[in-house]
Ligand binder design. Structure first.
Ligand SMILES: Cc1cc2nc3c(=O)[nH]c(=O)nc-3n(C[C@H](O)[C@H](O)[C@H](O)COP(=O)(O)O)c2cc1C
Length: 175
């Protein structure tokens, strides 16, 4: 599959098969995909923590307010960013999307969460105060087969315009 197919078939999954292990090679590829991502002014301020021990994934779930499902993941990546940089959230979004698409290329599903109990999370994972715990991405093989089910997305004509805001996107006029 090419990148477009990977993106259009990817769904964010909450149920993982904890008995299916993701190989070290795929985990490394996910981290390398992160490292290869561009950042504003090439600052490369993000830091990644690979979480793969069952008890650490459990702790991650306990520290989370919106990602309890991470407990059943095979591994997770905590993405830390430097909040002093105005564009740090854009950088975080780019890096996790590259990680997720790379994982899906090897049939490994994923989902992200942002809701954290910051104090216990910082303590449990040794996060320095100068870095922001921005996103956690959980990965694993999905419990249920992901079929070619269409995504729940608004039609393109509602989201995109031609030339000027409000101008209908007439597909026959794209040249
Ligand atoms: C910025 C952002 C924050 C998100 N936060 C959470 C979260 O805290 N917990 C969660 O379970 N999913 C979270 N998600 C996942 C979204 O709910 C998911 O991407 C959306 O429902 C589309 O899912 P689909 O691609 O499977 O259709 C987040 C996604 C984004 C892009």
């Amino acid at each position: 599959m090419d990148a477009f197919d990977r993106i259009t078939t990817k769904l964010d999954v909450k149920e993982y098969d904890p008995s299916k292990k993701v190989s070290p090679d795929v985990k490394l590829k996910v981290l390398e995909a992160g490292r290869s991502t561009g950042t504003g002014m090439n600052t490369q301020h993000w830091r990644f923590i690979l979480v793969q021990e069952r008890e650490d994934l459990k702790r991650l779930a306990q520290d989370s307010t919106t990602g309890k499902w991470v407990e059943s993941c095979n591994f997770a990546v905590i993405v830390l960013t430097d909040p002093k940089l105005g564009y740090h959230l854009i950088d975080a979004g780019r890096v996790i999307q590259n990680m997720q698409v790379t994982a899906w290329n090897y049939s490994v599903a994923s989902r992200i969460f942002t809701g954290l109990n910051a104090d216990s999370f910082r303590k449990d994972f040794g996060i320095p105060l100068e870095l922001n715990p921005t996103i956690v991405v959980g990965f694993g093989y999905p419990l249920k087969k992901i079929t070619g089910k269409r995504k729940n997305r608004k039609p393109l004509e509602e989201l995109a315009f031609l030339g000027k805001y409000g101008n209908r996107l007439d597909r026959s006029k794209i040249h």
